[in-house]
Design a protein around this ligand. Sequence first.
Ligand SMILES: [Zn+2]
Ligand SMILES: [Zn+2]
Length: 368
Amino acid sequence: MSAIPEKIQTWQMVQPTVFDRETKETTPGKLEKTEIPVPDLDKGEVLVEVAGCGVCHTDLGYFYDGVPTVSKPPLTLGHEISGTVVAGEEAWIGKEVIIPAVMPCRQCILCKTGRGNRCLSQKMPGNSIGLYGGFSSHIPVPVIDLCEVKERGDIPLSHLAVVADAATTPYQAAKRADLQPGDNVVIVGITGGVGQYMGQMAKALGAKTIVGIARNQEKLDRALKFGADFVINSTDKDARTVSKEFRGICKENGLPNTGWKIFEITGVKPGQEIALTLLGFTGKLIVVGFGLAKTEYAMGRLMAFDAEIIGTWGCLPEYYPIVLDMVLSGRINIEEFVETRPMSSIEDTFAEAHKTPPMKRIVLTPDF
Ligand SMILES: [Zn+2]
Ligand SMILES: [Zn+2]
C-alpha cells in the first residue's frame, strides 16, 4: 500500500492566458511543476493518491479562455479524479475511489431540497478546494462524497476518472429531463467528451430513439456504435437545414413529431440554434453545455408548443455509484473513449487538446 508522501507533487496554473482587449495582446498562460506541503487533515478528510485526472474542456476554459477560477492562481486544475485513499479516516484507507467533481455543502436550502448539485457553497477540485486539484500526486478531500470503486475487473483505476463529470453529468441531465424508457431524444454535440456519454446514458436508461448531431464524421460514425440510432452531420448547415433533415428522418422511420427531449451539449450558438429550432410540441430542451453566446428565440413558441427549456449543472455525489455501476457492468463503455498519458506531458497535452478536440478523453497519470 502507498505511504503518506513528504510533499505533494503538482502542476500548478501559475497564470492563466491573459488577453488584453485594448492592446489586443495575448500573454500566454503558465503551468509549473512544483511541490506543496501535505496539509493537516481535518476530521472527515482524507488524502487521495491520484491514479488519473481527466483533461476537461472546463480546465482548458480556465487556462486559455479567461474563465475565472474561484481560488485565485496559483492553483492546480483538474476535477475528474480517481485514486486511492492513503491517509485520514481509518475506515477509508486503502480504498479505491472516484472524487466527485462537485461536492455540495449539505447545509444550505438547495442541498436540503435535493438540488445540491447546484449548491452555491459547493467545492470543486481544481477550482474551489483551496489550491488543490487533480493534476497532482495527491489531493486532500472530504470523505463524505467519495464514491468507492469495488470490483473494477480489467478497467484500470485511472480510466475511471472520467466517471467524475464526463459520465455523471449526463446522468444528472437525464434526471432533469425526466428521461423515461421509450423517450425519443436528440443530442446536439453527441461527439464531445460529455456528449458521447449523453448518448450512451440515454440509451442505457431506455430511450427508444437517439438522433445525434455534430460535425466530425469519424466521431459521428463511432456514436452510431454507442447509443445513436441516426446521426446528422451539421457541417456548413444552418439550423433550418438540419431541422429539415431531422424531419426527414422522423418521416421515413415513423417517428412522432411531438415530445422530443433535446440535449444541447455544445454551449455554442450554432448548436443552440439547432436545439431551439428542433424544439417542438410538448418537447423539452435541456441545456447541458455552457457558453456565453446570446441566442435569439421567440419565447411565445414555448407557450404555443407547451414546451420547456431547462438547465442542468454537474451531478449529485449520490448518483455516482449508480453511474459507476453502469460503467462496470458494461452498459456504458469508457474504454473506447479514454487514453492515458503521463502527467509530465501536461503542457503539450493542454496545447494539443485546446487546438483540436481529441478523439478520446485524455487522462493524465502521475509520473512528474
Ligand atoms: Zn470536467
Ligand atoms: Zn449547499
